[in-house]
Design a binder for this molecule. Sequence first.
Ligand code: ADP
Ligand code: MG
Length: 243
Amino acid sequence: MIEIRDLTVRYGKKIAVENLSLKVKDGERVILMGPNGSGKTTLLRALLGLVKFEGRIFLNGREVGALSRTEIAREISYVPQIFSTPYAFTVKDFVSMGLYSHSREWWHEDRRVNDAIEMVGITNLTLKEINTLSGGELQKAIIARALVQDASYILMDEPTAHLDIRSVQEVLDIISNLKNKGIIMVSHDLNALNKIGGTVILMKNGKLIFRGTKEDSDLKRWISETFETNIREIDDFLYFPLT
Ligand code: ADP
Ligand code: MG
């Protein structure tokens, strides 16, 4: 379980996350939505111990501040919002880096790496250089690296942003097929909500303003309020209107 108690994160005078409390159960899927600048990425960075914060965060009962990088990496893997590298690693070497928290001899864990690459459907790209992949291919490689890390939770920061329609669908399929893994996925894509389901959390101005599920009758109203725009409902699905 992830437990956040009264979390506040400041950048100088700016309060990016304010007095936020949240529990995420093992295996729970959370879609975290909120306007740009509402503190979503900052919240994830606090969970990873990458920013200073006030309040307390527990990962499976242990306080984040007391854990080493490697110990945090065993609990949580991370798919960052923007990733680029000038280095010409092969996909396989890149995915292997997810093993660093487990084994000093990561190059022996061939099977696990190949399995993760297969799971995201890019076996044909195994020996391709990472800086020559398309956006969708790169996102799959990044997810494979997170899977190899084999942590209890996977945090993803807008994993479908910048992808074309088909790649969005493929990446959401990969994510929705993950088993026995807690997921916290930042997205302002209603497709993600429609596809992955689970818990919905809305943030605005650093505060958690809604926690519920896609089935909640007042979700539509809360999303409209959070983004200050109307949304539409067709059957079970929510859409941003095109007009
Ligand atoms: P989101 O991911 O929801 O778009 P962020 O967590 O990135 O929001 O940012 C929350 C707020 O904190 C924004 O106002 C942003 O400008 C500010 N912020 C984020 N990172 C920094 C930083 N390193 N230094 C100063 N301000 C920051
Ligand atoms: Mg962000």
